[in-house]
Ligand binder design. Sequence first.
Ligand SMILES: [Zn+2]
Length: 308
Amino acid sequence: MKHAENIVKASQPYTYELMLSDIHGLVHAFPFLNVTTIGKSVLGKEIFAISIGHGQNEVTYNASHHGAEWITSLILMKFIEDYSTYFSMGTNFYGFNLQHIFDNTTIRIVPMVNPDGVNLNIRGLTSENMEYHDRLLKWNNGSYDFTHWSANIHGVDLNHNYDAFWEVSRKQEPKYSIFGPSASKHSGENAESEPETKALADFTRAHDFRLVIAFHSQGEEIYWDFANKATEEAHDIAKKFRDISGYRIMGIAPGAASVGGYKDWFINKFNRPGFTVEVGLGENPLPMSQFEEIYKKNVSIMLLGAVV
Ligand SMILES: [Zn+2]
């Protein structure tokens, strides 16, 4: 499908500032979008939620818990633009009736959970994170190459920082040679110790979400369970996501990724469907050349998630 021209551009690594500029552009073009701030990162960047629709049914999608996975932010931002464009034109989008979705479901999108980590991943050490310069170098094993950095600016892996068997996540760190703040897999000092996870958890608690999807990269996989607690309905929805995207569905996540994540926490706390979608294939950060293909496979998941 051709994109209407064109606020969100998949042309370069997607920094916080690019996203900010796109949010301004989208709000200007589509006044029905509702933008709020759900909190701030360690370095004081706003964490945004962009809502579309006015339905009673509420769902939420988020991206870039992990700095190296900024392509997921681009996917969600492009989705907002395309939904808004086709909704404004009154045409279907990937076969979905947007007027119906708009009237029945409010989709709340948090496109960049970890803005400090995204910028560190893309730009490395800069004046922006100067205060953490020495610590970041140490936590990155002395390397100035941050292209594999996933954590926030405290060296906490945000998707290990939720209250879902958090102690297990923390205890198993040595098994992965993690001994404190690090580029990934460090769970923090306690669950929700980080302002980014606290913001997203507070935001989630303040709403009545029928389901949640956290977008990560990579693997072309859809995770739908946590500690065998997910409902059969969640499994059924996962199968629908599989059929519409071609991604594989997975039960319990392997190894270090099995506890402490956002969708784990959501399933555990609310007993409702929560998913992690691992987009694309390859080494993070995924190349921009994968954007169109990833987008096509995931836009259907996002539309279906609003009506399922
Ligand atoms: Zn991830």
